[in-house]
Design a protein around this ligand. Sequence first.
Ligand code: NAD
Length: 495
Amino acid sequence: MGSLKRYQHYIGGEWVDPASGEWIESSNPYSGQPWAEFPRGNQADADRAVEAAYNAFTSGDWPSIGPTARGALMRKLGDLIATNAQELAKIEVQDNGKLIAEMGAQLGYVPQWYYYYGGLADKIEGAVLPIDKPDTFNYTLHEPLGVCVAITPWNSPLLITAWKLAPALAAGNTVVLKPSEFTSASAFEFVKLVEEAGFPPGVVNVVSGYGKEIGEALVSHDKVAKVSFTGGTMSGTRVNENAASGLKKVSLELGGKSPNIVFDDCEMDNAVKGVISGIFAATGQTCIAGSRLLVQESIHDEFVDKLVAFAKTAQIGDPMSLDTQVGPVTTPPQYEKILSYFDVAKEDGAECVLGGGKPDDPALGGGWFVQPTIYTGVSNSMRIAQEEIFGPVLSVIPFKDDNHAVEIANDVVYGLASGLWTQSIRRAIGISKLIQAGTVWVNTYRAVSFVSPFGGYKRSGLGKESGQQAIKDYMQTKSVWISTATEVPNPFVIR
Ligand code: NAD
């Protein structure tokens, strides 16, 4: 116990113990051994953090730091993240078990969100409106909302944090960040850089704990103006319900069951790589996992053979090693969930052509590993085709023609992402329009950028992150009316 790294909440610029006096153990998914402890936050901690954020929004230095100076602070923060990217990546790997190769690249890219929104901070312009009233001057102001709560999942902690914090801060808000109870370490390390960059105390606060405890307390707090949530669809629905009673603004990035659609005119070797990257990269633990492979009947057998042959070469192992391609599952409940779907697939009558269990390599020790798994003979009504597994488990579903592909692709409650593999521009443009998903990748997969809006259709979410619009979602518009008339006219008539 004594050797575990113990973190504290960061509230109002101070490191403080949780009111409960309790901590949550976090284990390294590769070894299965505990390595850190996070504060178990509750209502009292939520109150304290929101008060600190509210005070920083209404008093002190932050309200008088103009947008240009905010942009400069954000660029400094981006630089500090860039300098510390490898260290932050190592902490994330230790906490969530994803590959150092992936997390290193991710953390190297995260500064871009702070640069981009830092640049936008002083480019949000109001307007003087050509108002239709005599002797009247009318203009608009775009103002921050106030205290924003950012809640993140365990799979890409600091990337998803950047998607929320960068527009929120650029817009002039203050933030309470609650990372996942499984992977809070990197958020606590990151906030040290926020302090070093020179953000005033209380502008960014970090608290940890369970969703049902401190998460709900934050979402329900009267002084919170907006909740930006990334996580599972069930939790997101609950967040939406709790936020609704206070009429808070909400953005939700939720789960997915994304179709990766391979047409008979694809470049087959590229499509194989695209399907692999969609489902086995990050051990399938991404919201955008291409977990349904829709493949045209005429090439089905040849494609599946190539896919299985390629997938068999995947190196499973230590996520800290640069050679590893598939690492462990991040959390014990997630590990159990994936294993349970192997039984579901059997009951559904799907045919397992790869994996379907735990690897038997003793070198993998106490880690939470599952085999990269492929099922064929899947119909779209099976549970493995409809439910988000969040692991390296692929369901292969054959289709006849374009209409059939679109029908299957859209026959699911989710709508986060999709992939198309085709050489035909007619197909690429036509089918992109018909797919009910917030992202369509054509002849690529898993590409994201600060420039391009990201978010789900249907039950995959509400609102968008990244891109210029996202900063407006952290702002509200005020209309200011000034009369230049020398006399107030009849007070009983609307103007
Ligand atoms: P989760 O929903 O269990 O938890 C996410 C976060 O929400 C955690 O910080 C948790 O403590 C908190 N939380 C849970 N219930 C809450 C509640 N009632 N009120 C307030 N906070 C609550 O999700 P997870 O298991 O950490 O992450 C996996 C899920 O996240 C998957 O469904 C995945 O698809 C989704 N995800 C979506 C995106 C996206 O951008 N669309 C990105 C990554 C992950």
